[in-house]
Design a protein around this ligand. Structure first.
Ligand code: NAP
Length: 508
C-alpha cells in the first residue's frame, strides 16, 4: 500500500469508519463462507481492502433483520426518526474530509468533488429528516352522509436498495434517507467496486442511533443478492440506480411478488446550443456538464448539438478549454479529471471512439488513453458525429464529447428525442419563445434551460422512457416509499340530551 493510501486508511480506522464486513442486524459480519473480494484504487490499480463477498444466505438474514426492525422503527413518531436522521447528517458533515478521501481512493474522482459528494449526499438526509414530519394524509368528501373517508400514508415496509459506483455515497443516501424517514427499513447493496464508502456511511448511521436492523448492508455476488431481494415477499419495494439493462431485469424480477419499483437508469443527454445562445455561458456549462466525474454521470452530456451558424466558432473555443483540463490522481492538487472506474470502462470508450472515426467522425482533441496509464483517458472532442453512430446511441460514460451539427430547431428536437433514453437534456438560447417551445418538446424528465449541471435534494430527479420509473428527491421522492391506505368509517357526533353529551349515530 502506498503512503497516501496508508494515511487515508489509518485516519478512517481511527474514527471506526474503515469497515470491510457486511452489516446485518447491527453486527458487522463476514461472508458465511469466508469469501472476500478486493477493492481497487482506479488511479493506480492498488488493492485498498478485501471486503466480505456475500450472497443469498446473508441477504436472506439481512431481509429478516430489516423485517423485524420494521415493527419498531415504523412505530416511532416522525419526529423521533427525524432526530436520528439529523444526527446521521451531522456525523457525515463532521467526517466529510476523511469520507471524501475514501471516495477518491475507491472511485477516483478529484478530492474536492468527493467532498462535495459527501455534502450533497448528506443534504439528502437533512432534507428527508425534515420531510419525515410532513407526511400528510387527506380527508375526502364521502358519498354517504354517515360515513367519512380518510387517506393515511404509511411506510411500504422493507426496501431493497441497489446502488452504483459513480456516486457511491450520494446514491446510497438518496434512497436510504427517504426510506428511513417514512418508517421503512432497508437492505442496501452497494456496488462491489465502491463498497467502502457505503459501509462507512452505515457505521455513522449506527453511531447516530438508528437502531440495529433498520439499515443492513450486503455486497458481493450481485445477481444472487438481487435475486434474493426480488424473491422475498417481505421486501415490498425495490429501488435501483444503475444501467438500463440491469434495471429491466429487476423490473421483470419484481413482478412475481408485485413489489413497488423505482428505477434511475441510464441517459443519453443532448446539450443543444442554438445560434442565438450566450456562447460564453454555453461553453462553461457544456464543459462542466460533460467532464464532471470524468463523464461518468447519468446526466452528463452524451451528445453536443451545435447549430451550424456557430459550429466552427464553438468547436474552436471549446477545444481550447478542453485541452487545458488537468488529468491526474484525484489526490493531486488542481486536478479536473480523474481516472475511469476500470479497464472495461476504458475499453468501452475506446470502441465507441473507434466506431465513430471509422464512420467519418474526426478527433478534434484527445481521442486516446492518457499517458498516465491505468484507466486514465484524455479529455476528448469528436466532431462531425451523426446521430446514427454508436457513440451517439450508447451512454459513453467517459470524457468524450461527440459534436453533432444541426440546421433548424425542428431538426435539433428530432435528433435529441431520437433515443430510447429520456433523463436529462440541456439547451442554450436567448429567445424566450424558443425556450418554452423546446423545453416542452424534449422528451426528458429534467431539462436545463440556459443552465448546465443541476441537482438539488428539493427537486424531483428521474427520467422518461427507458431512463427509469419514479422520482427521487423532493416531496415526490417520498411517495415512492409510502403506501396509501384509505380508511372508510362511520360518522358519529355528539348531541346534547338532558344536559349531557352523548354519542349518536346520524340515523338515531
Ligand atoms: P450497473 O452495472 O447496472 O450496476 C448498478 C448496481 O447493480 C451495482 O450495485 C451492481 O452490482 C448491481 N447489479 C449488477 N447486476 C445485477 C443483478 N443481476 N442483480 C442485482 N444487482 C445487480 O450500473 P453501474 O455501471 O454500476 O452504474 C452506471 C449506470 O448507472 C449508468 O448507466 C448510469 O447512467 C446509471 N446511473 C443512473 C442514475 C440516475 O439517477 N438515473 C444515477 C447514477 C447512475 P456490482 O457493481 O456489485 O456488480
Amino acid at each position: 500500500m502506498s503512503m497516501e493510501t496508508e494515511n487515508v486508511v489509518a485516519r478512517l480506522k481511527s474514527s471506526g469508519l474503515f469497515r470491510t464486513k457486511g452489516l446485518i442486524g447491527g453486527k458487522w459480519i463476514d461472508a458465511y463462507d469466508g469469501k472476500t473480494i478486493e477493492v481497487y484504487n482506479p488511479a493506480n490499480g492498488e488493492v485498498i481492502a478485501s471486503v466480505a463477498c456475500m450472497g443469498e444466505r446473508e441477504t436472506k438474514d439481512a431481509i429478516s433483520s430489516a423485517h423485524d426492525a420494521f415493527n419498531h422503527w415504523s412505530k416511532l413518531t416522525a419526529a423521533e426518526r427525524s432526530t436520528r436522521l439529523r444526527r446521521w447528517y451531522n456525523l457525515l458533515i463532521e467526517h466529510k474530509e476523511e469520507l471524501g478521501q475514501l471516495i477518491t481512493l475507491e472511485q477516483g474522482k478529484p478530492l474536492t468533488d468527493s467532498i462535495f459528494e459527501v455534502v450533497c449526499g448528506a443534504s439528502y438526509i437533512e432534507f428527508f429528516a425534515e420531510e419525515a414530519k410532513r407526511v400528510y394524509g387527506d380527508i375526502l368528501p364521502s358519498p354517504m352522509p354517515d360515513r367519512r373517508m380518510f387517506v393515511l400514508k404509511q411506510p411500504v415496509g422493507v426496501v431493497g436498495a441497489i446502488t452504483p459506483w459513480n456516486f457511491p455515497l450520494a446514491m446510497v443516501t438518496r434512497k436510504v434517507a427517504p426510506a428511513l424517514a417514512c418508517g421503512c427499513t432497508a437492505v442496501l447493496k452497494p456496488s462491489e467496486l465502491t463498497p467502502l464508502i457505503a459501509l462507512a456511511a452505515a457505521e455513522l448511521a449506527l453511531q447516530s442511533g438508528i437502531p440495529p436492523g433498520v439499515l443492513n448492508v450486503v455486497m458481493g455476488d450481485a445477481p444472487k443478492i438481487g435475486n434474493s431481494i426480488l424473491e422475498s415477499p417481505q421486501v415490498r419495494k425495490i429501488t435501483f440506480t444503475g444501467s438500463t439493462a440491469v434495471g429491466k431485469k429487476l423490473m421483470a424480477g419484481a413482478a412475481d411478488t408485485v413489489k413497488k419499483v423505482s428505477l434511475e437508469l441510464g441517459g443519453n443527454a443532448p446539450f443543444i446550443i442554438f445560434d442565438d445562445a450566450d456562447l460564453e455561458a454555453a461553453l462553461k456549462a457544456s464543459l462542466a456538464t460533460k467532464f464532471f466525474n470524468t463523464g461518468q454521470a447519468c446526466i452528463c452530456t452524451n451528445r453536443l448539438l451545435v447549430q451550424e451558424g456557430i459550429y466552427e466558432k464553438f468547436i474552436n473555443a471549446f477545444s481550447n478549454v478542453v485541452q487545458s483540463l488537468k488529468v491526474g490522481n484525484g489526490f493531486s492538487e488542481g486536478v479536473d479529471q480523474g481516472p475511469l472506474i476500470n479497464e472495461a470502462a476504458v475499453q468501452k470508450v475506446e470502441s465507441l471512439v473507434q466506431d465513430a472515426i471509422s464512420k467519418g467522425a474526426k478527433v478534434v482533441v484527445g481521442g486516446k488513453r492518457h499517458n498516465l496509464g491505468f484507466t486514465f483517458y484524455e479529455p476528448t472532442i469528436i466532431s462531425d458525429v451523426k446521430n446514427e453512430m454508436l457513440i451517439a446511441r450508447h451512454e459513453i460514460f467517459g470524457p468524450v464529447t461527440p459534436v453533432i451539427r444541426f440546421k433548424t430547431e425542428e431538426e435539433a428536437i428530432q435528433i435529441a428525442n431520437d433515443t430510447e433514453y429520456g433523463l436529462a437534456a440541456y439547451f442554450f438560447t436567448n429567445n424566450i419563445q424558443r425556450s418554452w417551445r423546446v423545453c416542452e418538446a424534449l422528451e426528458y424528465g429534467m431539462v436545463g434551460v440556459n443552465v448546465g449541471l443541476f441537482g438539488s435534494e428539493g427537486a424531483p430527479f428521474g427520467g422518461f422512457k427507458q431512463s427509469g420509473l419514479g422520482r427521487e428527491c423532493s416531496k415526490y421522492g417520498l411517495d415512492e416509499y409510502l403506501e396509501v391506505r384509505t380508511k372508510h368509517t362511520m360518522f358519529f357526533y355528539f348531541r346534547k340530551k338532558n344536559h349531557t353529551y352523548k354519542l349518536f349515530h346520524l340515523h338515531h
